[in-house]
Design a protein around this ligand. Structure first.
Ligand code: PPS
Length: 385
């Protein structure tokens, strides 16, 4: 690595998507990349939990033998497809060095991924994170990355994010673009929030404002994490609770016992109760990944992967915490790569006015989409480990 040539990048549109100027001359080759049919593409908008998913997939591909994943840093085991920075080996060069099946990282929107992934029906895992936490995480990363454009103050960065004047463009287009393709190709669409959640008994989780259809998702039998529209779910009543504004909307779908109860409170936050699905937690989500990849993992292997990919373990692990990347590239004295790893950190950044402006913009951009996010988890559901 030649550190003397490290410079912040500028954003240049590539087929309408802002990419670092350094990437552009490499994009033709990226488009021609020949994936092996066993390769697994991990696609995300930046800072949505990519590294977490890369580590999980690598562990799963190694059948839960996590020692195999401790041999080298994650960016060698799971190269970043389109990465091309001066003085640093490109993603394509790194990919050429490792055998398939390999987990490949990309932040490209659906329309820019190499067609070989689609022609060969490669398995693709898209991991999405709610926009508010996503922008906060991006802000802190851009503060410490010597390769990304300067984010400026928080207020200014938030504006850039909302106008798509950031790497890979608008978050909204990215998450929707992949969401719309999930039925057309083998795409497993995952949510960072589902991976963070640890549910303890009855109670369910909070979602916000189902009336405006923003930031809410339901978990229905067999469809946890599916982002199903709440208005399509049947509801039932819950006794002993007084809510000034309570929705008991019975939709046309035949009522099923124990389906989630949707209650809208005065504060316009809703709760799902008596959710019959088994606990949603990292273990459950990792199991989904393993099943999607056709890997049967025993209970012991799953537990090992859960522990190995927990936030604390990954923060301490030099193979995942990027501590081996020189400070001239990622200055972790400014902000840690494994920073907080929680749902809801946006609350410590957004002002009330910023939140309102963000939500208004969000509603406009996401109108018509069935994609739902949660911006917070119930107390106790945010797995801090
Ligand atoms: S990158 O640079 O785009 O590849 O970054 P990415 O890995 O997508 O996102 C980094 C954020 O993911 C958090 N992270 C985790 N959260 C929970 N559990 C685990 N194991 C984990 N690993 C990474 C990381 O802390 C960054 O989020 P923030 O909110 O900044 O802490």
């Amino acid at each position: 690595m030649d550190l003397s040539v490290i410079r912040k990048s500028q954003l240049i549109p590539f087929r309408g998507v802002p990419l670092p100027n350094y990437f552009l001359k490499n994009m033709e080759k990226v488009g021609e990349f020949e994936a092996d049919k066993t390769d697994v593409l991990i696609a995300t908008y930046p800072k949505a939990g990519t590294t977490w998913m890369q580590e999980i997939v690598d562990c799963v591909l190694h059948g839960g033998d996590v020692r195999q994943c401790e041999q080298s840093p994650i960016h060698y085991r799971s190269p970043f497809l389109e990465a091309s920075y001066p003085g640093i080996r490109t993603g394509l060069e790194l990919l050429a060095e490792i055998p398939s099946p390999k987990p490949i990282k990309t932040h490209l929107p659906f329309q820019l991924i190499p067609t070989s992934f689609l022609q060969k029906q490669c398995k693709i895992i898209y991991c999405a994170r709610n926009a508010k936490d996503n922008v906060v995480s991006s802000f802190h990363f851009d503060r410490m990355s010597k390769l990304k454009p300067d984010p400026g103050p928080w207020e200014e960065f938030l504006q850039k994010f909302l106008t798509g004047n950031v790497m890979y463009g608008l978050w909204h287009d990215h998450v929707k673009g992949w969401w719309e393709q999930r039925g057309n190709f083998p795409i497993l669409y995952m949510f960072y929030e589902d991976m963070k959640e640890v549910k303890t008994g009855v109670g369910g989780h909070n979602v916000s404002d189902p009336l405006t259809h923003t930031h809410c998702r339901s978990t229905l039998p067999g469809q946890a994490g599916s982002g199903l529209d709440i208005p399509h779910a049947p509801s039932s009543t819950i006794s002993g609770r007084t809510y000034s504004h309570c929705i008991r909307k019975l939709w046309n779908t035949p009522s099923l016992p124990n389906w989630p109860v949707l209650l809208l409170t005065k504060s316009k936050s809703a709760s799902l109760f008596h959710c019959p699905v088994s606990q949603q937690d990292p273990r459950r989500e990792i199991k989904r990944v393993a099943e999607f990849l056709g890997k049967e993992l025993g209970s012991k292997e799953l537990d090992t992967i859960v522990a190995h990919t927990s936030f604390n373990a990954m923060k301490l692990n030099p193979m995942t915490n990027h501590s081996n990347v020189p400070l001239d590239v990622l200055d972790q004295r400014i902000s840690s790569f494994m920073r907080k790893g929680i749902v809801g950190d946006w609350k410590t950044h957004f002002t009330v006015a910023q939140n309102q402006m963000f939500e208004e913009d969000y509603c406009r951009r996401m109108v018509g989409s069935t994609l739902r996010f949660r911006t917070e988890l119930s107390p106790g559901d945010n797995c801090l480990q």
